[in-house]
Ligand binder design. Structure first.
Ligand code: GLY
Length: 371
């Protein structure tokens, strides 16, 4: 891929660019000097990425005269905890990190959220760069400045808005991922099309198989389109006072499923939970007469065809509606003691719907396979 795609997120003093290509060396050589305050970086990554991608990145930095120190943390959602946060901060302090240094979050959503949060609080805030290595992080979590950790009560309950200095995206990294993770990340791309762009949805219907087979130029196009859509929303509503909530399509059901299933130790990937969440949002939109039966069926069809789970029964485990309701009570969109969901009134058009009662949701979920 010759051209480096560049997307600007315009947030006044916190503006930055997303760079997309299939050659990280090309992007770094072109951009890194302008982004760093001084030539020293702390690369934080996980065990999965440390094997193949980390040595390559370290060499590019060091060949360019940039001093590096790497810290490898345990892979998996468990690392998004207070315990890992404290451990990471203490390790950085032991290396005598200074305010002008830059943290590099090299990995998926867990690394991005943990490192982003760390950089927002260490010395009351230092610079960081996102180098996302999964589809999910390339199109969503690395973009837009949400950082955070989980509590036992639920996901992302503690965090901050802290924008990176750049997002550097190499779509060739996706070839290192298992197919299951590629499909899961793809749920976030589908999400953008469903919430805001019918033409993109139609394009995905045609190109889905090639994207999931990682055809570089189509993946880069899908990542670029998703990032442009996210940038437009974040520019209008950085701190999620309104429109940014649309990006949570499928996530209220999704987070509740993740909290329940991952607590029981069975394991569901974020994108898989979002896939079911989007189908439930489509069902709920239809039930509330917001969208047509045809819209609902088209959405469920594309999710199914991508290989994502589309119904609670695909999980082979019983989930109680009551447990979901308990989890909804911690949703950040909740207000005045009732639920807010992102629903759809057409393909490419999502709305924020407040005031949905627990009882209504409970009977809806029971008629959709929950106990
Ligand atoms: N992942 C949703 C957002 O960044 O707002």
């Amino acid at each position: 891929m010759n051209e480096i795609k560049e997307i600007k997120i315009d947030l006044k003093d916190n503006s930055y660019k997303i760079f997309i290509n299939d050659d990280i060396e090309k992007i770094l050589i072109n951009s890194i000097e302008k982004i760093l305050s001084r030539p020293r970086v702390f690369i934080i990554t996980d065990e999965n990425v440390a094997g193949f991608i980390l040595p390559k990145i370290k060499k590019i930095f060091e060949d360019g005269g940039i001093e590096t120190k790497s810290i490898i943390i345990q892979s998996g959602e468990k690392s998004k905890s207070f315990e890992s946060l404290e451990k990471l901060i203490r390790e950085l302090l032991s290396y005598k990190i200074e305010r002008q240094d830059t943290l590099i979050a090299l990995g998926g959503g867990v690394i991005g959220d943990l490192v982003g949060f760390t950089s927002s609080i260490i010395y009351r805030g230092i610079n960081f760069i996102q180098i996302p290595t999964t589809i999910l992080s390339q199109v969503d979590s690395a973009v837009g400045g949400k950082t955070g950790i989980n509590l036992e009560e639920g996901k992302n309950l503690v965090g901050s808005f802290h924008q990176p200095k750049a997002v550097i995206t190499d779509v060739s990294f996706l070839r290192t991922l298992p197919k299951r993770e590629i499909i899961a990340g793809y749920a976030e791309i589908l999400k953008y099309s469903i919430l805001g762009d019918k033409d993109f949805f139609n394009w995905l219907e045609v190109n889905q198989e090639e994207i999931l087979n990682l055809n570089s130029s189509l993946v880069a196009e899908a990542v670029e389109k998703s990032c442009i859509m996210k940038a437009e929303i974040v520019e209008k509503d950085e701190k999620e006072k309104g429109k940014r909530a649309l990006l949570n399509l499928g996530h209220t059901f999704g987070h509740a499923l993740e909290s329940k299933i991952n607590k029981d130790g069975q394991g569901i990937l974020h994108g898989e939970a979002v896939g079911i969440g989007i189908c439930l949002a489509a069902e709920l939109s239809f039930k509330m007469n917001l969208c047509s039966m045809e819209n609902k069926e088209q959405i469920i069809k594309i999710i199914k065809e991508s290989g994502l789970p589309s119904h609670i029964t695909d999980l082979g485990t019983e989930i109680h509606a009551e447990e979901m309701i308990i989890n909804f009570s911690l949703d950040k969109k909740r207000k005045d003691n009732s639920n807010t969901f992102i629903l759809i009134d057409d393909i490419g058009s999502a709305i924020i719907k407040d005031g949905i009662s627990d009882d209504y949701l409970k009977s809806f979920m029971i008629s959709n396979g929950f106990k």
